[in-house]
Design a protein around this ligand. Structure first.
Ligand code: ZN
Length: 442
């Protein structure tokens, strides 16, 4: 799962100017996303933002970074989440990014005129973000916005004034939400000393959020002024442990996970970690015993049933997987990712019509999961809906930043779908993005 280490990658990019934009992989996990939403909610409320409107999405990247590209998504790199030691640290990162949204810092950016909800817009925006983060902004950002020179460099970095404002607002949000401000100081400490490193060795977060001595001092002073020590919220502690544990169980070696399975005081989290580690060692018997133990402790937790479904599905136990996902979908009937997993299992079980139904509901609720796009395309192809299959494939390529391939499928979709229909319009969105990219390359 972990991608290339960024240091090696940056070196590679600096040697070659014209490279395809780096693929940006979203890590869509319903459990982790629920946990992040839970942790973000008090912060977003304090910022005057609607927690229902702002998503926290994880990007599969070990380099530390967090950023916003539109006003309804905060992106966090998986590497950053793994480095956070307390919920307050993570919440301080979210608070800072929420402040960029709440303070209107995105308004001056051309790409934010359109939001990144569509697959094509999201794909180009993420490719742009990746390019900016690796210092290869000229290439990728141009793809998104056709910009040049200094405008490109300032695309994802904020001005010093904006950074100061975001720090101040972010700390205010944390204080209002009753979150320990020392989390923010600890995050700053994590990046201390990075200024001395060459650009290629700095974490992207340090590059896009320059840490001056002034900035550090200001944040420390504000944190010290918080009169009493704030006790951590038990709910936040639990979901923080769970998100970090699940992510690390999939990204670190099973051996590493098994050694540390009990590091938090939650029995179900320990069992979940063991379940994932055993599953990755293809020990289905032990994996099931562990996940069943976790489910027994939290029988109405849809995400544990979803994980049980994943373990069964990846072990080719299709019928039991369908049953586990059905239970999860029953417990979380509006969760797009869970509906998508259920649809995937139904498709594997040959229940194509029913699979297409669940996958389409999942896509309509959240079109940013490439697996849902892939599976729904497959279901549509099996049902003979070739136009639909093509537009979904086009969107999946666009989301991965592969606009040339996306264009081929979008053209096919355009020709097959009723002109003016919603699906036809989605094909036009992809064509628009692909043509903008072509123009830029000329
Ligand atoms: Zn910032």
């Amino acid at each position: 799962m972990p991608l290339l280490r960024l240091t090696a990658l940056s070196l590679l990019l600096s040697l070659t100017l014209v490279l395809p934009a780096r693929a940006v992989t979203l890590l869509r996990d319903p459990d982790i996303e629920y946990a992040l939403r839970n942790l973000a909610t008090p912060v977003l409320q304090a910022a005057g933002l609607s927690p229902a409107r702002v998503d926290i999405l994880l990007i599969d990247d070990s380099n530390l970074n967090a950023f916003v590209i539109d006003s309804d998504t905060i992106f966090i790199h998986s590497g950053l989440l793994l480095r956070m030691e307390t919920p307050a640290m993570l919440q301080s990162v979210i608070a800072h990014e929420a402040a960029h949204i709440a303070n209107g810092h995105l308004m001056r950016r051309p790409i934010n005129a359109r939001n990144a909800r569509t697959a094509a817009a999201l794909g180009t925006a993420l490719a742009a973000a990746a390019g900016a983060a690796t210092g290869n902004g000229q290439f990728a950002v141009g793809a998104a916005a056709g910009l040049q020179g200094a405008a490109i460099r300032s695309f994802f970095s904020h001005t010093r004034a904006e950074e100061n404002a975001a720090d101040a607002s972010g700390l205010r949000f944390l204080a209002v939400a009753g979150i320990d401000l020392r989390g923010a100081v600890q995050v700053m400490e994590l990046f201390r000393g990075q200024e001395a490193l060459s650009l290629g060795r700095q974490d992207a977060y340090a590059r896009t959020h320059p840490l001056s001595r002034d900035r550090f001092r200001r944040i420390s002073q504000l944190a010290e002024a918080q009169s009493t020590a704030v006790p951590p919220d038990p709910e936040a502690m639990y979901w923080f442990a769970r998100a970090k544990s699940k992510l690390s169980a999939f990204q670190r070696s099973p051996k590493w996970t098994l050694t540390r399975a009990g590091e938090y005081a939650y029995e179900d989290v320990r069992l979940m970690r063991q379940a994932i580690a055993y599953h990755r060692q293809t020990d289905l018997r032990r994996a099931l015993a562990a996940i069943d133990g976790a489910v027994a402790r939290r029988p109405d937790d849809p995400y544990l049933h979803e994980l049980r479904g994943q373990i069964l599905m990846e072990s080719r136990q299709i019928k039991p997987a369908v049953a586990a996902y059905a239970r999860a979908a029953n417990l979380a009937p509006r969760n797009a990712l869970i509906l998508g997993s259920y649809g995937r299992a139904l498709l594997a079980d040959g229940q194509v019509q029913k699979a297409a139904q669940f996958l389409e509901t999942a896509r309509a609720r959240d079109g940013r999961d490439p697996r849902i796009l892939r599976d729904l395309a497959q279901a549509n192809a099996k049902l003979g809906n070739n136009g639909m299959a093509s537009v979904l494939t086009a969107e999946r390529y666009a989301m991965a930043g592969q606009l040339k391939d996306a264009k081929v499928h979008a053209e096919r979709a355009s020709a097959l779908l009723p002109r003016g229909s919603a699906a036809w319009q989605r094909a036009q969105d992809v064509l628009f993005a692909a043509e903008a990219e072509e123009k830029r390359r000329k």
